[in-house]
Design a protein around this ligand. Structure first.
Ligand SMILES: [Fe+2]
Ligand SMILES: [Fe+2]
Length: 375
C-alpha cells in the first residue's frame, strides 16, 4: 500500500525526536489523520525549535522610495472610502499576517489639509509617529492632541479615535504602528465605527499633555486606572532634550547608546499593555555592539543617518527611513556622522515578552562584539 510522503522532522540528537518511517508507522499516521490527531514525534522538532525562529526577514523601507507612492494614494482613494488611507509595510516573511515584523503592523498614512477620517475603536493598540506636515491632530476619547514632526502619539486599545489635518495645515504623513497581527493571533480583535462618525471634543485642546506631561510632577488628586498612559502624546522637543541631558550623565548602553523608554507616568511602565516605545541617541561616530533578544522591533530614523547591521546584513538609513529587527536577530547600530548625533525612534512588543516571562537577551561575544558582514 503506497502512502504519500509526510512530514517527519528528525534530529540525530539525544532527547530529540528521531523516529524512522516504516510502512506500519505510515499506516498508523494515516489512521491518526482520520481522527484529527497526530504523532508528536513527527513534528516536535519543528514546533519546538532550539531557539526562536522568526519567519520575518530584516527589511529597510526607504522613505525616498515610498513617499511618492504614499502621496499618490491621495489621488486614488478618499479617506471616506478607504476608512484609513494607508500604505502598509509588508514583510516578505509575514504577508499572510500583513505584518511589518513578527506580530507588529506598520503603515504610512497620508492626509491633506481639511481631511478628516472617521472615528473608530479597535482592540488593537495603536501609535503614530509624525513624519512630515503641519496641522495634524488626533482625537482620543474626546481629548484633542495637536501634532508636529517626530511627535509620538497613542491611540490605545478600546479608545474612540480619529485623525485629521487642519484646513490651514499642509499634507501630513505619519507612521501608524499597531499590534493587529498579535491581537488577531490571539483571536481577540474587535472593530467598531463611531455611531456619529466623528467625536465631540470634550476637553481643552492638549489637556492630557498639560496635565500629565510635566517631568517629575503629577497632578494632585488626579486618578488614572486604565492600562495605558494618560500622557497620550510625547513631543519631540522635550524628548530630544531629555536624551541630550541624559547623555551628559551616562556612558549609555553598549548596545543602544543613549536610550530612553517612553513610559506611562502613573506606573513607570510601558505606554500601552502590548506595545513599548523608545527613542535612542547615537552620539557622533558612535557604533554599538551587537546583541539579540526576543521581541520584534520597528525603528524609524528621527534624526541623522547611519547604518544598522541585522543578522550580518548592513542597512544604511537616513531620516524617516523605517527598518525592522525580527525576534532573536543580531543587531547593532552606527551613526555615520562624526559631528552630529542620530536618533532612532522604535516601538516593540517587549511588554508582551516581559509580562509573559519570555524575554531573553544575549550579547554577541565574538569579533569584539561586532558581527561579520555576510553580504
Ligand atoms: Fe485606529
Ligand atoms: Fe536591541
Amino acid at each position: 500500500m503506497a502512502t504519500a510522503p509526510r512530514e517527519n522532522h528528525r534530529e540525530d540528537v539525544a532527547g530529540r525526536a528521531n523516529v524512522q518511517d516504516t510502512p506500519e508507522l505510515l499506516a498508523y499516521y494515516d489512521e491518526l489523520d482520520h481522527l484529527d490527531a497526530g504523532a508528536l514525534w513527527t513534528v516536535a522538532n519543528k514546533i519546538e525549535p532550539w531557539q526562536p525562529k522568526s519567519s520575518s526577514v530584516p527589511v529597510l523601507w526607504r522613505y525616498r522610495d515610498l513617499r511618492d507612492h504614499v502621496l499618490r494614494s491621495v489621488e486614488l482613494v478618499s479617506p471616506e472610502k478607504a476608512g484609513r488611507r494607508v500604505i502598509y509595510l509588508n514583510n516578505p516573511g509575514r504577508r499572510e499576517q500583513a505584518a511589518a515584523v513578527g506580530w507588529l503592523y506598520s503603515g504610512l498614512q497620508v492626509m491633506h489639509p481639511g481631511e478628516v477620517a472617521s472615528a473608530h475603536a479597535h482592540s488593537a493598540s495603536a501609535l503614530r509617529f509624525i513624519m512630515e506636515g503641519k496641522g495634524a491632530y488626533t482625537i482620543v476619547d474626546g481629548h484633542k492632541l495637536t501634532l508636529g514632526a517626530n511627535d509620538f502619539v497613542l491611540t490605545p486599545n478600546g479608545t474612540w479615535h480619529e485623525h485629521g489635518v487642519a484646513s490651514d495645515g499642509s499634507p501630513c504623513i505619519w507612521q501608524d504602528g499597531l499590534d493587529i497581527p498579535l491581537v488577531n493571533a490571539l483571536e481577540a480583535n474587535f472593530y467598531a465605527v463611531h455611531p456619529n462618525l466623528q467625536q465631540h471634543v470634550g476637553h481643552p485642546v492638549d489637556d492630557m499633555s498639560h496635565s500629565w506631561g510635566n517631568p517629575g510632577l503629577r497632578p494632585a488628586g488626579a486618578e488614572w486606572t486604565r492600562g495605558y498612559s494618560p500622557l497620550l502624546k510625547y513631543e519631540w522637543g522635550p524628548t530630544y532634550e531629555s536624551l541630550q541631558r541624559y547623555a551628559r550623565a551616562t556612558d549609555g548602553s553598549p548596545f543602544d547608546g543613549i536610550l530612553m523608554n517612553y513610559v506611562n507616568p502613573v506606573t513607570g511602565g510601558p505606554v500601552m499593555q502590548t506595545i513599548g516605545a523608545s527613542m535612542q541617541l547615537l552620539r557622533p561616530g558612535e557604533a554599538t555592539s551587537a546583541h539579540r533578544h526576543t521581541g520584534s522591533v520597528i525603528y524609524q530614523v528621527a534624526k541623522g543617518s547611519g547604518h544598522s547591521i541585522i543578522d550580518g546584513k548592513r542597512f544604511d538609513w537616513t531620516e524617516r527611513d523605517i527598518f525592522c529587527v525580527p525576534s532573536w536577530a543580531w543587531h547593532e547600530h552606527a551613526n555615520a556622522s562624526s559631528g552630529d548625533d542620530a536618533c532612532l525612534f522604535a516601538f516593540n512588543d517587549l511588554p508582551v515578552m516581559n509580562s509573559l516571562g519570555l524575554y531573553r537577551e544575549e550579547a554577541f561575544g565574538d569579533n569584539g562584539g561586532r558581527q561579520p558582514l555576510s553580504s
